[in-house]
Design a protein around this ligand. Structure first.
Ligand SMILES: NC(=O)c1ccc[n+]([C@@H]2O[C@H](COP(=O)([O-])OP(=O)(O)OC[C@H]3O[C@@H](n4cnc5c(N)ncnc54)[C@H](OP(=O)(O)O)[C@@H]3O)[C@@H](O)[C@H]2O)c1
Length: 340
């Protein structure tokens, strides 16, 4: 089935640039390849990684001019001849846009590889879904694919009140684990409400001692979403065969006590969701859809903007002014500057 071919309004860039360099774009109507769908975009998330792609901190293939953004929730408008199991009018989502040569999410209409498109569970608000995709998919990869967390094991989530950290608590509890989390004291109740069994103040000078008290047999999995990556502490606290997941702090250069690491068969696993395979993303998408359907994770605070607010949204993230807040952009939004 084909869609009307008129130009598409988007927010994006014509070169690697700062947040102020994001402008309004008018792009040619996307064509739908045989293994693609055309997605009419309803809501787009703004993530830290979008700023890394826009600035070049994360080097990837970009076909300029290109819309910014990777996560979109939308409505299928057309399907390629080879696509099965997806129907026109169906609500769906993707978290694979705007890098590796693919078009960006902040556009009215976008061509999406069908293998990177997932159905949105019935009754889920597209705005909530857009906000949830990145933290929940990242948490699924961190705890599941890379952490290999099993029921009955103990996991430590550093930064448990953050977007990814809060989702990681929920994912870990759903896997039947005992969850230790760190957060500032004001966020302790929030983490407990998500299911954390023990919440420690990350400002505590003896955080390592508290963790040892809480998990005398060691930590099976550790996920540091704060980017501090204290590997000396992490290795010291690791259980035999413990897995330390590194996923934040692009400039961090911690000391790794290699001797202690190998003596306990521990390992350090770095990952970036951008490198996830189609199969890994699909597996994470199943977890995301379960969380969405169960309303198990929702943003603490959601700010809406319009596509034209993309530059402002990137600047907010880069200024670190989004504590507990997810920014979601819509193609049209009359109250676009409400969040400023
Ligand atoms: N590798 C990947 O694929 C991937 C995917 C998504 C995100 N990320 C990265 O993951 C990081 C987290 O993203 P996010 O959206 O969850 O950010 P976020 O919402 O800002 O969460 C970070 C959390 O870390 C906490 N924190 C700060 N200092 C800490 C410390 N010393 N010890 C423990 N916690 C501390 C913060 O608490 P306060 O609020 O009290 O400061 C905050 O709750 C970002 O760096 C992002 O780029 C990586």
């Amino acid at each position: 089935m084909t869609a009307e071919r008129r130009p598409v309004h988007a927010a994006g860039i014509d070169r690697l640039t700062d947040a102020a360099g994001i402008g309004e774009l008018v792009l040619p109507a996307p064509s739908c390849g045989p293994d693609q769908v055309l997605l009419r975009v309803d809501a787009v998330a703004v993530n830290h990684v979008d700023t890394f792609v826009r600035s070049g901190v994360y080097a990837t293939d970009l076909d300029f001019p290109v819309a910014v953004g990777r996560d979109a929730v939308g409505t299928v408008e057309a399907t390629g001849t080879g696509v099965r199991g997806v129907g026109v009018g169906q609500r769906a989502w993707t978290n694979s846009l705007g890098f590796d040569g693919r078009p960006g999410a902040t556009a009215e209409l976008v061509a999406v590889d069908a293998e990177r498109l997932y159905p949105l569970p019935d009754g889920v608000d597209p705005l909530i879904a857009a906000a949830a995709l990145h933290p929940c998919a990242t948490a699924a990869l961190a705890v599941g694919r890379h952490g290999q967390l099993e029921a009955g094991q103990t996991v430590y989530v550093a930064g448990g009140a953050g977007q990814v950290g809060s989702a990681a608590i929920v994912v870990a509890k759903a896997r039947g684990a005992r969850v230790l989390a760190s957060a500032s004291a004001a966020d302790a109740d929030y983490c407990r409400g998500l299911g954390a069994d023990v919440v420690l103040d990350y400002h505590d000078a003896d955080l390592a001692g508290r963790l040892r008290e809480a998990a005398p047999r060691g930590l099976n999995v550790q996920v540091d979403t704060s980017g501090h990556n204290d590997l000396e502490m992490a290795v010291d606290l690791a259980a035999r065969r413990g897995r330390i997941v590194v996923m934040a702090g692009p400039a961090s250069t911690p000391v790794l006590p290699a001797g202690q690491l190998y003596m306990r068969d521990a390992s350090v696993h770095g990952f970036a969701i951008s490198n996830a395979t189609v199969g890994e993303l699909a597996e994470a998408a199943q977890t995301v859809n379960t969380l969405l359907a169960d309303r198990a994770w929702e943003p603490r605070n959601l700010v809406r903007g319009a596509f034209r607010d993309a530059g402002w949204a990137h600047a907010q993230l880069e200024a670190g002014q989004v504590h507990g807040t997810r920014i979601v952009l819509l193609p049209q939004h009359g109250d676009a500057t409400a969040g400023r």
